[in-house]
Design a protein around this ligand. Sequence first.
Ligand SMILES: Cc1cc2nc3c(=O)[nH]c(=O)nc-3n(C[C@H](O)[C@H](O)[C@H](O)COP(=O)(O)OP(=O)(O)OC[C@H]3O[C@@H](n4cnc5c(N)ncnc54)[C@H](O)[C@@H]3O)c2cc1C
Length: 383
Amino acid sequence: MNFGITEEQELIRRTAAGVAERLLAPRAAARDLAGTFPVEELRELATLGLLGVAVPEALGGAGAGAIAYSLAMQELAKADASVAVAVSVTNMVAELIAKVGSPAQQQRFVPALVSGKAVCGAFALSEPQAGSDPVAMTTQAVRHGDRWRLTGNKAWITSGDRAGVLVVWAKSSPPGPDAGAKGITAFLVEGGAPGLSVGRLEQKMGLHGSSTASLVLDGVEVGDDAVLAGVGGGFRLAMMALDGGRIGIASQAIGIARGALEGAVRYAKDRTQFGVPIIQHQAVGNMLADCATWLDAATLLTLRAAHKKELGQPFTREASMAKLFATEHAGKICDLALQVHGGYGYTHDFPVERAYRDVRVTRIYEGTSEIQRIVIARELLKQ
Ligand SMILES: Cc1cc2nc3c(=O)[nH]c(=O)nc-3n(C[C@H](O)[C@H](O)[C@H](O)COP(=O)(O)OP(=O)(O)OC[C@H]3O[C@@H](n4cnc5c(N)ncnc54)[C@H](O)[C@@H]3O)c2cc1C
């Protein structure tokens, strides 16, 4: 494995770091308090190619690959994890359509997503009774003449109320014995489509600048041209997209944790107790040393998964390992970074408090840690 970062990858990383520092970081605390959705920020990130980092240039993307995407995501999340998650889902949706969509679907949806014209993308898989087990979904796609009619409820959809393009999964199997995973189809739906409405917006512990919506589909009509990757191919498609998405969430967790750790090191050098900077107390130094080691290990696992993805090799196991390790350890890092700040860490005066809240969900979405372990164990069984 080559650990060298190419000039192009470094350029993307620097671009993301620059805009994160200039545009995202200064407004992150206010966005968290007010819960405002980052419309303008997404528009500006689009102009820099950050909504389609691994999308081919022919479709308006940066064509830079999975490693560059991971590096960019780390920088954005370090400044504001809420913006990063909207960016992550948009990249995932754009990449998916670019990879498996028909030429007409690619032309219609991908440039709109990566240019920011569609604001952002949404990935509508989960339902109130179908989270870790998406095959249990009940949203139905029923054939009416030469059209499909989608009816059901989606839950937890990141940017679901804002997205101009949504991938919506539904059961398309005819009445009769349930076809299970093979009875699921993915459909491309435009934001504002008749019959599509927002049920409610979740009040969350963190990621306040990201909206999380439940969606009601009440007979949303689409044609065959909305079917993504064939009738019955939806489950496989979702799993494929989530493999890539997990690199994004691992990167998001790394970015949040890196911001928290850098803040903790700065604080531990400044803060004096018992006559010395607290970093000189071995217990504090040990916490920071553990955090730095976990962070590097998480980064290497994530870049390995991204590298395998770029090579076109199977990377399911590597993506799940990266997500499991990075998100679990990012949680520990944010916890210890807060501890290093003492009482001040428990206030809004330091960004570590927001990092502690924002990082928690990375262990839950795009497959919980328990599901990642199942995926890894299943891959081990195949060896
Ligand atoms: C802020 C946020 C944003 C989200 N964004 C999106 C989005 O954009 N699109 C989307 O489709 N979904 C989204 N989700 C949904 C997310 O992917 C689900 O919450 C997640 O998959 C878990 O599903 P669940 O919440 O129904 O929990 P459940 O599946 O009910 O799980 C509850 C607990 O049981 C455990 N568990 C379940 N099954 C097993 C098993 N077989 N073995 C061991 N343990 C198990 C889980 O690990 C968990 O600890 C989002 C969620 C949140 C909180």
